[in-house]
Design a protein around this ligand. Structure first.
Ligand code: DQA
Length: 149
């Protein structure tokens, strides 16, 4: 029997306070709600998900490096590090896995400094503004992409 595909779901800084953080921008769901939603979708698709959230850039880099060889794809909301982190971009490149970049809000409709993401240059797909559903769509896209290998 073939192993189910493994998807690492990475959430960057300040996403641990979803639900109370700017609900008018990020919605009312907590990170736990979001993870439960992703887990349900993953189960329906027959894929495994592992979650990592950190407010620390190096911890995110470590988790992404470990994904090489341990996971089959990465779903990432790099949050504020999208706009600043060459280190996370480089780690994603090193991982050599399909990468789906997701943002809850439409970063292109917000402040100018959010319009550029360093991660987008190494992502295979990017989705911004679909809220928590964007994570579910990301898992579905990765599941298909991994199955097509
Ligand atoms: C975000 C958008 C980023 O600009 C912001 O710093 C975040 C969340 C989003 O999901 O909409 O923390 O990535």
């Amino acid at each position: 029997m073939t192993q189910p595909a493994r998807i690492l779901v990475v959430n960057g800084p300040n996403l641990n306070v979803l639900g109370t953080r700017n609900p008018e921008v990020y919605g009312a769901e907590t990170l736990a709600d979001l993870e439960a939603r992703v887990r349900r979708r993953a189960e329906a698709l027959g894929v495994e998900v592992e979650f990592v959230q950190s407010n620390h850039e190096g911890e995110l880099v470590d988790a992404i490096q470990r994904a090489r060889g341990e996971a089959d794809g990465i779903l990432i909301n790099p949050a504020a590090y999208s706009h600043t982190s060459v280190a996370i971009r480089d780690a994603l490149e090193y991982a050599e896995l399909p990468v789906f970049e997701v943002h809850l809000s439409n970063i292109h409709r917000r402040e100018e400094f959010r319009h550029r993401s360093f991660v987008s240059g190494v992502a295979d797909a990017v989705l911004a503004g679909a809220g928590p559903l964007g994570y579910e769509l990301g898992v579905e896209w990765l599941a298909e992409r991994i199955a097509a290998r």
